[in-house]
Design a protein around this ligand. Structure first.
Ligand code: CO
Length: 171
């Protein structure tokens, strides 16, 4: 039994090594176009964006501009004092073509999943947790590669309607 397990392990390791070789080959492909310049930022750099939400149901940032595919790290901080059950906030970024009003309608009945409905999960690029007073959460993601305007919102019931929303503008 022990020998069999060892053989199986060595087969698995070989398979992993082969898979790794395949990935290396793909990464050698060089993009066409201009050569990189010294001014270009490293690809791994993530740009932090700080946003607050308050008891007046407003985000401090309603417009984010990003390059296609740019790595972003959004931190939402709930600076209000009202209890989470009455005044929770999240930050939800929707994919292109998703109707925010329709998303929001579904969210009203999704309290069990912090107002992010399972039926709409495939329509989300990124989302923070639902935050009570003085709580914060960070979500890291890549901006869409397709230029355009992408809606973000707080999906706590009623907040989108009073303007707790904004846009990620990819250009
Ligand atoms: Co809110």
């Amino acid at each position: 039994m022990i020998m069999k397990s060892a053989n199986l392990l060595s087969i698995l390791v070989s398979a992993l090594l082969l898979a790794g070789c395949g990935a290396d080959t793909r990464s050698e492909t060089t993009p066409s176009g201009a050569a990189p310049t010294a001014a270009e930022a490293p690809a791994a750099e993530v740009r932090p964006i700080a946003i607050t939400g308050n008891d007046q149901m407003k985000f401090s940032v309603t417009e984010i501009r990003a390059k296609p595919g740019e790595a972003l790290s959004v931190t939402l901080n709930n600076i209000g004092t009202m209890p989470k059950v009455a005044m929770g906030h999240n930050w939800v970024l929707l994919k292109a073509g998703v109707d925010p009003a329709s998303f929001n309608n579904d969210a009203v009945s999704a309290a069990a999943t912090d107002y992010v409905p399972e039926s709409q999960r495939q329509n989300i690029i990124a989302a923070t947790k639902l935050l009570g007073p003085k709580e914060s959460d960070t979500v890291t993601f890549n901006a869409p590669t397709e230029p355009g305007r992408y809606v973000f919102l707080c999906s706590f019931p009623g907040h989108f309607q009073v303007g707790m929303k904004g846009e990620l503008i990819v250009e």
